[in-house]
Design a protein around this ligand. Structure first.
Ligand SMILES: NC(=O)c1ccc[n+]([C@@H]2O[C@H](COP(=O)([O-])OP(=O)(O)OC[C@H]3O[C@@H](n4cnc5c(N)ncnc54)[C@H](OP(=O)(O)O)[C@@H]3O)[C@@H](O)[C@H]2O)c1
Length: 428
């Protein structure tokens, strides 16, 4: 029977789990794929670190880059992380030396995916990255295979488990942002430095990869990104009263053959499917023709879910299924123009914390009129003790730039106590 020799580089959270999984499930994987997966080599930064896996001395590489030159290695699994440094060096060298590559590294693929895919295609090897997007949710394989028949017009959803955990726990447990963030760190749902999760960067990297796959285009780095750092408990409570949940959503759409990518907190109707996705779950919704709407949901991160995705990629290689990394040949991928968010129409939630004095409400509504934004609902919630008032406005559909200009203008007023909020609404 055929054999596939594998080197795992990086034995942290994900690498050690995968190492154990492949050893424990070698027989079933061989039966399913008609090829034996053999871990011939491993590498990590510190050989002496204690790990809960039993590695033979002979498996250790002297240097992680040796994997790319070793004749006994067919597939390199990169689990180091980071868009630059050793991960980048390893993956570029591996593909140049005609080794298949599987990676869970979204940062690397979002930045260098086009160049890497070109080398993989030229050298007729696989470059697989299912685990880089939404952990155990098999969205990449679904786009490349299950949904291959479709012309996709939109992909959106919840792509970051940490942010979703924070927002849904603030909602359900009546806790502040910082309290929930600390709890998430203790439970291992948030990294010690969670900035890429909280500022939307993590979702942006995943969305760029997904939109390339959906629209047969090169990676497009034009993307509007806003994270959840500024969402507080009051926003969640007012949204609830108005019939919405707040979720960090990523959207990629094809509009008049232009690509529009955006990541931002979004008010979504309480009754919608997306509003019901809580904790660390991810959910991806694809609109395509002829399929219509298709939804996949699941664990977005963690060693077990990520290993599920990695093994799907490894199995594809065990079966000898060499595909274009981005679903279509490099020669056929398109460079799409970008549709700016500024002229797009959104209904929005705007919140102003102001001094409780006469004349302020009319000053704010005048600014709305000046910017051609009409008001659908307005709630005023005075706090007698603090002599302040919260003004919450739901606008009618308006240009994004007009909504932002209201925020800018009101921010300058001396009656404003806190930076005003703007959260876009998805009425679907
Ligand atoms: N954690 C998740 O839930 C998750 C989910 C999806 C995708 N991912 C992605 O999976 C990848 C790995 O994540 P992780 O959580 O497993 O990270 P991690 O726990 O920090 O592990 C990183 C590993 O890389 C090794 N390493 C660092 N520099 C190296 C070098 N120069 N040569 C060889 N090995 C080196 C480290 O060695 P030492 O052990 O000796 O320090 C460690 O074993 C990242 O791309 C991440 O974005 C993670």
């Amino acid at each position: 029977m055929k054999k596939l020799n594998i080197a795992i580089v990086g034995l942290g959270n994900i690498g050690s789990y995968l190492f154990k999984y492949l050893n424990d499930n070698k027989k079933i994987l061989t039966e399913k794929n008609n090829c034996i997966p053999i871990i011939t080599h491993v590498s990590a930064k510190n050989k002496k670190r204690k790990r809960n896996i039993s590695i033979k001395k002979s498996q250790w590489l002297n240097n992680y880059l040796d994997a790319t030159k070793n004749k006994n290695v067919d597939l390199i699994i990169e689990l180091i992380g980071g868009a630059e440094g050793p991960a980048k060096k390893l993956v570029f060298n591996a593909l140049k030396n005609k080794k298949h590559v599987v990676t869970a590294n979204k940062a690397l693929i979002a930045r260098y995916g086009d160049q890497l895919a070109r080398i993989a295609e030229k050298n007729k090897v696989n470059l697989e990255f299912e685990a880089a997007v939404c952990g155990g949710v098999p969205i990449i394989r679904s786009l490349k295979e299950g949904l291959i028949a479709n012309k996709i017009s939109k992909i959106y959803g919840i792509f970051n488990g940490t942010s979703n955990y924070i927002l849904s726990t603030m909602d359900k447990k009546n806790k502040s942002f910082d309290e929930v963030l600390n709890q998430a760190k203790k439970l291992g749902y948030a990294e010690s430095n969670p900035s890429a999760d909280l500022n939307g960067e993590d979702v942006a990297a995943k969305l760029k990869i997904l939109s390339s796959l959906c629209f047969n285009s090169f990676l497009n780095h034009n993307i509007y990104v806003e994270g959840i750092r500024n969402i507080d408990k009051s926003d969640i409570d007012y949204s609830n009263k108005l019939g919405y949940k707040i979720k960090l959503l990523g959207y990629a759409e094809l509009i008049n053959n232009k690509i529009c990518q955006r990541v931002h907190p979004t008010l979504i109707k309480n009754s919608s499917y997306v509003a019901s996705i809580d904790k660390v779950l991810n959910a991806v919704i694809v609109n395509g023709s002829p399929v219509g709407e298709s939804i996949i949901q699941g664990e977005g991160a963690g060693p077990s879910a990520t290993t599920s995705a990695l093994v799907s990629d490894i199995s594809s290689i065990l079966r000898g299924n060499i595909k274009f990394p981005f679903s279509i040949s490099d020669k056929e991928r398109k460079k799409l123009n970008f549709e700016n968010i500024s002229n797009r129409l959104f209904s929005a939630y705007l919140r102003f914390e102001v001094l409780d004095k006469p004349g302020i409400l009319s000053s704010i509504t005048n600014i709305f009129t000046k910017n051609n934004v009409s008001i659908k609902r307005l709630v005023q919630d005075p706090n007698k003790e603090k002599k302040t008032s919260s003004i919450i406005v739901i606008s009618h559909n308006s240009k994004d730039k007009s909504l932002r200009s209201i925020i800018k203008e009101v921010s300058r007023k001396n009656y404003i106590k806190k930076k005003p909020k703007l959260i876009r609404i998805d009425e679907n």
